[in-house]
Ligand binder design. Structure first.
Ligand code: ADP
Ligand code: MG
Length: 716
């Protein structure tokens, strides 16, 4: 925070003048980013200790939730059967003992040291003469932590030289004195209709809650506020995109529809048809389409994109198709070329590996309007990122350049394929280039619902849930090392029947040299052993695009029977005869990524077989792998992955170009996201620029937080 020039606002009182702080502590607190009274008030606890149920061991009752404070006496980790472990921690309280147990979480071992004070909460069970708790919550205590009974206590982040007791005292003082001075961002009427606590009531309950119910109400208020502000920003952005921008109207008609669908070698499924109708309706309007097409792996999104592109071409416009990798870009060119053989549609390819002469030829043809569809790669952030911060990475690839430079003669549509990392800011960057085509973004895998509503919240959504008819089952096995030879026997037998397969090697380290070495090594071991006499090829990031393409091409044609690869095949590759897959190091892959990989072998008329070798070392990895073998529904797995990993990881907001959420949790606060979204949409529909003076504070917060990321700068 900047030093304010006029300090009439008491909330901007510097910390050293606050009660009980002074210059020495002020310096410590500055390390926690606590400078002014205001910072303290919004410095919410990172956790709570529920002392309202504090008991002595002698007071415990069977099955009744309780907390116990004591000292760690003994820690004991044992193996109990293959890959299973039992961690026991004995807690001493006076003359009594409580035993705590954790199954299959050996990594917790390091957290517990004998002699440490600890607070345990859970359901007690009597075992003989001793009390036990299985998988209780725990909180390690400092020696000078006081543990007063009967309250829910805040647990604040600390810094060296400041303990929890001191911090609680400081925080309580500041909150008591200054929380009553904070102005609400919401008008009173809004608080009433949405049953939200006023900020002055909610703040003290965040810091020193009366009980769990009050804490819940207070949190709900702040979570709602954070999500409502985000949803207002998204709604404003969407409103502006549809009211201030123009795109060419490219409607479909019975004649165009017949001409396009005739080119497809199969009947469209109902869901494909619905998605196409939604897209055609969008493209028929004079405002840019901004639509997300999400579907499970193999659900047939390509053909929907193809329809959209041909609709643009039917109106004399050009279409651009961006793929995440060169392999996939080339595959798209192949699919399009085959489908459009008999037509006059001209297709071009623009990727990093073209020679300067080829590149120039393509760009010239594009500018002269002699190309109808241009397929290329999007090297995600840096190619579009105007900050130029990533100059040392790959050179700008062709297609993004062409888009930014306005190299198209008559661009009508941009399709972005297989992308769930294509963030708000990248979409914004494309628009800054001053082009106004229609946009269709396709995801690589289903996205959790709350993510769709936030990170893609400014887009309309079409969803394909089920696969085309005739899909064969995929059998997924989670195997232990001892079963290897049985699996390879089966693998060879299927190869002998004419099928093909993948062997996926995990990325142990993110360098291409290491990646290449592990792929090459696996290939050689297989070639000399289990797959002797078979035709194998490698695919990895160290190969040139040309080498990659020729390996893929040999695989597609069946000359190569087994492709040994890193997860580069994960995305989009479509070889229907490949029905076998071995994944090594399965614990290293995320659930969405595993599901993507599996999607490679369910494309044809033969059943797929996948064997995953894994050594899960965390409980989470084990649950991920169990879920993966149990379910083949990408939507279900996406939600589960999100629950297991939480936000911030694969689906982190930052990665999508939005500032991180501070208190809301997209994997937990599903209902509040929905509520805030629908409320924000109602507000913006009634007052698109938030002109109502009652909304002035909210509007300011929207602009401060999201103005830049969502390009709302000139809203008011
Ligand atoms: P994804 O959604 O993962 O991109 P694709 O578009 O690659 O999936 O489609 C997967 C496979 O399904 C392709 O081989 C495609 O030809 C086939 N396919 C798509 N739609 C249909 C359909 N309606 N009927 C039969 N096969 C289809
Ligand atoms: Mg695809």
């Amino acid at each position: 925070m900047n030093v304010p020039s006029v300090t009439t606002d008491p909330l901007l009182t510097p910390s050293q003048f606050l009660k009980g702080i002074g210059p020495v502590k002020a310096e410590l607190l500055a390390k926690l980013d606590l400078h002014y009274a205001r910072d303290f008030i919004f410095n919410f606890p990172r956790a709570y200790q529920d002392m309202s149920e504090l008991r002595t061991v002698d007071q415990l009752e069977e099955g009744k939730l309780a907390s116990v404070a004591g000292v760690i006496e003994e820690v004991d980790l044992r193996n109990v059967g293959t890959g299973k472990s039992l961690l026991g921690v004995l807690i001493k309280q006076g003359a009594s003992y409580l035993r705590c147990l954790w199954f299959n979480q050996p990594y917790l071992r390091g957290k517990f040291q004998s002699g440490r004070r600890i607070l345990i909460s859970g359901e007690p069970k009597q075992q003989g003469i001793r009390w036990e708790m299985v998988h209780p919550k725990y909180e390690l205590l400092a020696d000078d932590d006081d543990v007063p009974a009967g309250r829910i206590l805040p647990v604040y982040s600390l810094t060296e030289g400041l303990n929890q007791t001191q911090m609680r005292r400081i925080m309580a003082g500041v909150v008591e004195a200054y929380a009553p001075l904070v102005e609400d961002v919401f008008p009173d009427e809004f608080l009433d209709t949405h049953q939200l606590w006023p900020i002055r009531a909610a703040l003290p309950q965040m810091h020193l809650p009366r009980d769990q119910a009050s804490l819940e109400q207070a949190r709900r208020r702040f979570i709602y506020q954070e999500l409502f502000i985000l949803q207002l920003a998204l709604a404003i952005r969407k409103w502006r995109l549809t009211h201030h921008r123009r795109a060419p109207a490219l409607p479909t008609s019975a004649r165009i529809d017949a001409r396009i669908t005739r080119l497809f070698p199969f009947e469209l499924t109902t869901e494909q048809r619905i998605a196409i109708d939604q897209i055609a309706a969008d493209m028929g309007r004079e405002v840019p389409m901004n639509r997300l097409l999400q579907g499970d792996v193999g659900s047939g999104k390509t053909v929907v994109a193809m329809y959209a592109m041909l609709l643009a071409v039917a109106h004399g416009k050009q279409a651009a198709l961006m793929a995440p990798t060169e392999v996939l870009a080339r595959q798209h060119v192949q699919t399009l070329t085959t489908a459009l053989e008999a037509s006059k549609v001209r297709i071009g390819l623009l990727v990093g590996s073209l020679t300067p002469a080829e590149r120039k030829k393509t760009l010239d043809a594009l500018a002269a309007g002699e190309l109808d569809i241009l397929v290329g790669t999007h090297a995600v952030t840096h190619a579009l990122n105007q900050s130029g911060a990533a100059k040392d990475q790959k050179p700008l690839d062709g297609l993004s350049d062409a888009l930014e430079g306005g190299r198209f003669a008559r661009l009508g549509l941009v399709v972005i394929d297989e992308q769930h990392k294509f963030g708000v800011n990248q979409r914004a960057a494309l628009k800054r280039a001053g082009i106004d085509p229609h946009y269709l973004v396709m995801t690589a895998t289903p996205i959790p619902r709350t993510m769709t509503m936030t990170m893609f919240g400014d887009l309309d959504v079409s969803t394909i849930r089920s696969a085309p008819p005739g899909r064969q089952k995929i059998h997924t096995y989670l195997a232990e090392d001892g079963q290897r030879s049985r699996w390879w026997n089966f693998f060879r037998q299927k190869i002998a029947e004419g099928r093909q397969g993948y062997v996926i090697v995990p990325l142990v380290e993110e360098t291409e040299a290491v990646e290449a070495a592990s792929v090459q090594q696996t290939l050689e071991v297989l070639q000399r052993g289990e797959l002797m006499g078979h035709r194998l090829a490698a695919l990895h990031g160290r190969m040139t695009p040309i080498e990659k393409e020729s390996a893929m091409e040999a695989f597609r044609r069946g000359r190569v029977q087994v492709l040994v690869s890193t997860s580069v095949v994960e995305v989009g590759v479509d070889v229907p005869n490949a029905t076998l897959m071995t994944i090594e190091g399965g614990e290293r892959f995320g659930l969405a990524q595993l599901h993507q990989l599996r999607g490679r072998i369910s494309r044809g008329s033969h059943p797929g077989y996948l064997c995953v070798y894994a050594n899960p070392s965390t409980d989470e990895a084990q649950r991920r792998l169990d879920a993966f073998t149990r379910s083949n529904d990408g939507f279900e797995l996406a939600e589960l992955d999100f629950q297991l990993r939480g936000p911030g990881d694969l689906f982190g907001t930052r990665q999508h170009g939005l500032p991180p959420l501070r208190i809301a949790d997209l994997s937990r606060d599903v209902e509040i996201v929905e509520e805030a979204r629908s409320d924000a949409q109602t507000s913006i529909a009634a007052d698109p620029d938030l002109k109502d003076p009652a909304y002035a504070r909210l509007k300011r917060m929207v602009l401060i937080r999201y103005g830049e990321a969502l390009e709302l700068g000139d809203v008011g």
